[in-house]
Each structure stands twice: as C-alpha cells, then as structure tokens.
Design a protein around this ligand. Structure first.
Ligand code: FPP
Length: 247
C-alpha cells in the first residue's frame, strides 16, 4: 500500500455506509483452471480484509451481497459450498468481529436457509447485538424487489390492523419497513468484476448512492482498491437532484 493513497483520503468526509456486490469469484477461479468454489473461498479472504479495513477507517455501516434470491438457480454443489463458506467465515471470525465491536445483521429471508448456516448466523447476531462500532449487514437470500414487496406487505398489514392510515405513507415511513430501516442509505456502492449492473441489490436504498465499478475480480479486491473507491467517491459532486449554490 503506498502512503500517497492513504494520505489522499479525507478522513472527515468518509462515506457512512458502503455497500459491496462481491462479484467475479467464478471468473477468477476459471482463469486459474480451478472450480468455482475455489473462487468463493478466495473471496472470503477478501471479506475478512475489507471488514477489518472498513472498521479501522471508522465507517459505521457495511453491507455485503453474499447470496441473492436468484442465486438458488446455481448448482446444488455451488449453493452448498457458499453456505459452508458462510459457516466457515462465522466460526473463524466471530471472536475477532465481536472483540472489534462489530454488530452482525442479516438482510434477506433467513428462514429459507439450511439449518446449520441459519443457526450459525442467528448465534452471531445474538452474540454481537449490543456492539455498535461497525454494523455489518450480510445480504443473504436477499433481493431488492423482495425487500420492497415485503415492506409493502408489512405496511398494508399495519393499515389493516388500524395502526396507520394509507395517507401516512411517505418515503421515510416506507423506509421503516425495509430490512435496512436502521441504516442510512448507502453513500457508496462498489461492484468489482466489470459488470455494470445492480443485480437486484438495495433498489430502494440506492436512489442517490454513488457507484464505483472496477474490472478487478472480488478475490483480487484489496484494501488498496477500497481506498481508491473512497478517494474517487470524495471527488464526486453529490447534488441529490439540486444545483450547486454558485451556479
Ligand atoms: C458473485 O461471484 C459472488 C457470489 C454469488 C457469492 C459471494 C460470496 C462470498 C464472497 C463468500 C461468502 C460470504 C461471506 C459474507 C462470508 P460469481 O460467482 O457470480 O462470479 P462470476 O460472475 O465470475 O461467475
């Protein structure tokens, strides 16, 4: 890591919430004539490094897209190796995460997960529930459309139960029904691997998020790339649909 890069980060203007689509594991493996699961395994090493770096920087929210509602379409072998890697990650890292004050949360429909990863994640959530240095959202069986539909159903139920009236629904109220209700919207969304799409991730929450794309595959994504993404983010002019005062 070169010191020049570290110096360029403005520590007073860090993103509060970073979201990452960890893409390119399969292609990384294919390039090395390895099975796809070897790419996912290498990807877990990057998860460790990036969670640590985000925590060290003092960024409060990190959301990682680990398994989408569409990923069930993959072979049983690949789905099962992803579930095993999640268990492996939690078993190996939970002590460190807990001592670093990381609070683990899940966004997505946890109930459909096999019992071992489900129990492991529930235990991790329970153990870390009072931590508040870094909120680590793991998106598991998550889909942005599913998040919105679920929120609409929960709101409709509250209306049915007489807790709210339809005309009380506004952006802020709707946000309260999303999985990410306790979090600010992501400031920065990172997608490595060269794909330029959102893939059903945080659709409601990214209205004014800054995107950072790179051709690097996730297993090659290091601290250096995270710093670069943050530096680039800090050069952006975020206007939220308004105009600058001097224009
Ligand atoms: C996308 O790459 C990656 C995934 C679907 C899984 C990401 C999961 C991990 C990195 C490991 C488990 C996560 C945690 C939080 C411990 P791809 O397989 O679609 O790659 P490709 O587009 O090159 O085929």
């Amino acid at each position: 890591m070169s010191n020049t890069i570290i110096k360029e980060i403005d520590y007073d203007r860090l993103p509060k919430h970073v979201a990452i689509i960890m893409d390119g594991n399969g292609r990384w493996a294919r390039k090395r004539l390895l099975p796809r699961k070897a790419g996912h395994k290498a990807g877990v090493e990057r998860v460790k490094e990036i969670v640590e770096t985000v925590g060290d920087l003092g960024i409060k929210y990190l959301t990682l897209y680990a398994f989408s509602t569409e990923n069930w379409k993959r072979s049983n072998d690949e789905v099962s190796s992803l579930m095993k890697l999640l268990v492996y990650y939690l078993r190996n890292e939970i002590k460190t995460l807990h001592s670093n004050q990381v609070k683990i949360k899940v966004i997505g429909e946890l109930s459909k997960l096999p019992s071992t990863p489900k129990q492991e994640i529930l235990d991790a959530i329970n153990l870390t529930k009072n931590n508040d240095k870094l909120i680590l959202n793991i998106a598991l069986n998550y889909g942005g459309r599913q998040d919105i539909i679920r929120a609409a159903k929960l709101f409709a139920k509250d209306v049915n139960d007489g807790k709210l009236k339809i005309n009380q629904l506004d952006e802020e109220t709707f946000n309260n029904y999303l999985y990410t209700s306790d979090n600010p919207d992501p400031d920065l969304l990172i997608r490595p691997s060269g794909e330029l799409r959102i893939s059903n991730f945080l659709l409601y929450q990214i209205a004014y998020t800054e995107f950072w794309f790179s051709n690097i595959y996730w297993p090659d994504f290091s601290k250096k790339h995270l710093y670069q993404a943050i530096i680039d983010f800090q050069q952006r002019d975020r206007r939220y649909g308004g105009i600058k005062d001097d224009k």
